[in-house]
Design a protein around this ligand. Structure first.
Ligand SMILES: Cc1cc2nc3c(=O)[nH]c(=O)nc-3n(C[C@H](O)[C@H](O)[C@H](O)COP(=O)(O)O)c2cc1C
Length: 385
């Protein structure tokens, strides 16, 4: 598994000739999406499935990619752009890219260095790292990696624990709060059910009180232990009143993640959200939801003047980032490719992935005649080729 990843990758990938591009000795693949194949060879099959999989028939997972591929962007020519800027304003600050690392649980499944390694890579790239409630490293240790850290909240049944997590996130110096609202229960992820997937003993929900994640470790054939655990600890019946409660309790920028219907985006803005994240959780929650990029224009039309609109689910390249910007997004979250890079090369792998993404975005901006991400938001698009 992950311990053997460095040697495997190095063994299978010769170092480039002098002048080739490396990050701390890691030889990057040709494009961000190629990290998937590097990870697949080093990860146990059930961990690969946990990360790569979606819910149900995985129709929403597939739709995310297909819909992004259908977004064609009309390049502008003769704009005199040489080397575009990539920095962009996101909630809470200006960052090197219009990109944040999506919140993703249990990163020690991918590599023993886990969350601190990916957070350090984000810091090196100048982008925010969103740390999950279900991180396998405590918030405080991740924050010690430095760099801008945002805290992602899963609403737990025990409201005292929610208040405690908020206090810890504030004390640790998190600069934004992202509440995820599309997990009243975990989606039915059939790969995990078929694999009887359970967390290995060394991977724990490190922010929760000791022993609260026993259920996630109990492997039973035909049962996803992760789903059983979240069913026991997540609050299923959140409402707008809970969001208002949260808004009152934090001065930090508040992002609401998992919005698809423009009416919900409007409601979130009314409650005081600084941003909505248009997301179907990477196809892992309601299988049957639309591709998030397909509803992005409607959400931008509904709330784009009032709050930031971020997009995730299926972003695999700098061109995809540009597509999202052209459809009106303020920025994007990137998920699985960064876990795959972490699996393939630890912090160096993740740094290489973010460096590659920055280069891909710069190329996409240059090729479409844009001086910066703000200019990309004025590009025209056609859907369907
Ligand atoms: C392994 C894994 C774990 C995830 N854990 C969380 C989480 O703890 N909190 C959350 O809000 N979203 C979580 N997500 C969803 C991501 O934040 C994001 O919405 C999704 O991965 C974006 O799609 P992409 O992977 O295609 O880029 C997780 C996704 C994956 C793949």
């Amino acid at each position: 598994m992950a311990e053997s990843s460095d040697s495997l990758v190095v063994a299978s990938r010769p170092a480039p000739a002098a002048g080739g591009s490396t990050t701390a000795g890691f030889v990057p693949p040709a494009c961000l999406a190629d990290f998937a194949e590097l990870a697949r060879v080093v990860l146990p099959a059930e961990v690969w499935d946990f990360v790569a999989g979606g819910s149900g028939t995985e129709s929403t997972l597939a739709a995310n990619r297909a819909a992004l591929d259908r977004v064609a962007v009309l390049p502008r020519v003769l704009t005199g752009v040489d080397r575009p800027r990539t920095d962009a304003a996101l909630p809470g600050g200006t960052y090197a890219l219009p990109v944040a690392v999506a919140p993703m649980a249990y990163q020690k499944l991918l590599h023993p260095d886990g969350e601190p390694a990916l957070a350090a890579a984000a810091r090196a790239a100048g982008v925010p790292y969103v740390t999950s409630t279900l991180s396998s490293t405590p918030i405080e240790e991740i924050a010690a990696a430095g760099g801008p850290i945002w805290f992602q909240l899963y609403w737990l049944r025990d409201r005292g624990l929610v208040a405690d997590l908020l206090a810890r996130a504030h004390a640790a110096g998190c600069t934004a709060l992202m509440v995820t609202v599309d997990v009243p229960v975990l989606g039915r992820r059939l790969r995990d059910v078929r694999n009887g997937f359970a967390l290995p003993p060394h991977v724990t929900a490190a922010n929760l009180p000791a022993g609260r994640d026993d259920l996630a470790h109990q492997g039973t054939p035909g049962v996803s232990a992760v789903a059983v655990h979240t069913g026991a600890v997540f609050a299923p019946a959140l409402s707008w009143a809970d969001l208002a409660w949260l808004r009152e309790r934090t001065p930090l920028p508040l992002l609401v993640k998992g919005v698809l219907d423009p009416r919900d985006a409007v409601r979130a803005a009314e409650v005081g959200a600084d941003a909505v994240v248009v997301s179907n959780h990477g196809g892992r929650q309601f299988d049957g939801a639309p591709a998030s990029v397909a509803v992005l224009p409607d959400v931008v039309a509904a709330v784009g003047e009032r709050c930031a609109v971020l997009l995730d689910s299926g972003i695999r390249s700098g061109t995809d980032v540009l597509r999202a910007l052209a459809l009106g997004a303020t920025g994007v979250l990137v998920g699985r490719p960064l876990l795959w890079a972490l699996a393939a090369g630890g912090q160096a792998g993740a740094e290489a992935a973010l460096t590659l993404l920055a280069a891909e975005l710069r190329d996409a901006l240059t090729l479409t005649g844009c001086a910066d991400p703000a200019a990309a938001r004025h590009l025209r698009t056609r859907t369907g080729g």
